[in-house]
Write a protein that binds this ligand. Structure first.
Ligand SMILES: Nc1ncnc2c1ncn2[C@@H]1O[C@H](COP(=O)(O)OP(=O)(O)OP(=O)(O)O)[C@@H](O)[C@H]1O
Length: 324
């Protein structure tokens, strides 16, 4: 089923994870084209680490299936093609940096020592220093060196920027983008801040409360929306603090993702290309405006672009249901 040119790096179908306290991830279905750099975004507790943990085979899903390059994630061959940088950066504290890289070389058949050393050297991290004595940003750098040294085709990075200084962030983004351009690397990296990843990523996967809210290329997600402002109709009351309401019939004519009334003015983010009344102002929203609207309006349907949608027929019947 797999092949070097398999077009999707990740395919999740009805993926879910339940802990004793409840669902951390539910009914999550999307696919990630190979070769893209995708931001896995969502507020605290959204399920990002849970998703990455399943993709790195550290967690077993409760429902559904996850495939990497067409192979079920439980297949050891799938795992060889992915590298994971855990949020906790779990490295052996008693090992030196050089010993950590040596371990990477021994465990990974396609190990690239030169790249791993280059990443460590760029941060001026001493090879003889013990991991336990490094700052959190330096530990992140060593974890990234291990991930890049593995020469995996898919990098799963859990909050890679969280403890890096601005120079190191810039260096990491250049490194990622050159690897993507040179050898078609796919990257899925999490953050709870879109602004942290926006410049690097051409693709977006958004989770909230364990559910998928958006997935697709940013340049397809944004133009599907308009940000409308106009005069609100007076509210039902007459007092000075009464809010207005959306103009009559507006919500019936347009797919309103989110609306706000401020004084006599309304602002609405709408989806789709329905005809607009001349009396309204309409602009294309920013990616952040679209993202925030979908995160705040949990009742609005999730937005999955056709290229990111995965149907039950895309996954062989033998791989559906409870994961092995
Ligand atoms: N081992 C666990 N046992 C019980 N609940 C857990 C466990 N791990 C995660 N959860 C819960 O699952 C939900 C999703 O957690 P997860 O760590 O995946 O979110 P996240 O999006 O990565 O959050 P953050 O941005 O804060 O790192 C949270 O409600 C969390 O409390």
């Amino acid at each position: 089923m797999s092949g070097d040119s398999y077009p999707y790096a990740v395919e999740a179908l009805d993926l879910g994870k339940k802990y004793r306290r409840g669902w951390a991830l539910q009914e999550c279905s999307f696919r990630l084209p190979a070769g893209c750099v995708s931001a896995l975004v969502g507020p605290n507790g959204a399920g990002k680490s849970t998703f990455l943990g399943i993709a790195a085979r550290l967690l077993r899903p409760t429902t559904g299936s996850l495939r990497l390059f067409g192979m079920e994630v439980s297949d050891p061959a799938a795992l060889q093609r992915a590298a994971f940088v855990d949020q906790e950066r779990p490295l052996y504290k008693g090992f030196t940096v050089a010993e950590t890289l040596r371990l990477g070389r021994e465990l990974n058949p396609h190990w690239d020592q030169a790249t791993a050393e280059r990443i460590v050297e760029a941060g001026k991290v001493p090879f003889g220093a013990r991991i336990g004595t490094l700052s959190s940003g330096q530990r992140t750098r060593v974890a990234l060196a291990l991930a890049f040294g593995k020469r995996a085709e898919l990098l799963l990075l859990d909050e890679p920027m969280a403890d890096l200084d601005p120079l190191a962030r810039h260096e990491l983004s250049s490194l990622l983008l050159s690897e993507v351009a040179e050898r078609g690397l796919t990257v899925l990296m999490s953050s709870h801040l879109l602004s942290e990843l926006e410049e690097m990523c051409d693709h977006l996967v958004v989770l909230s409360g364990g559910r998928l809210r958006m997935a697709g290329y940013a340049d397809q997600l944004v133009p599907a929306h308009r940000l409308i402002t106009g005069l609100a109709d007076p509210g039902p009351g007459t007092g000075p603090n009464d809010n207005g309401v959306l103009p009559s019939g507006f919500a019936e004519r347009h797919t309103v993702i989110e609306s706000r009334i401020t004084g006599r003015q309304f602002t609405a983010l709408i989806h789709g290309g329905s005809e607009l009344d001349d009396s309204y102002e309409s602009v294309e929203p920013t990616l952040e405006e679209v993202l925030l609207a979908y995160l705040r309006s949990t009742e609005a349907p999730a937005l999955i672009t056709p290229g990111a949608a995965v149907s039950a027929t895309a996954v062989p019947a033998s791989q559906k249901g409870r994961a092995a």
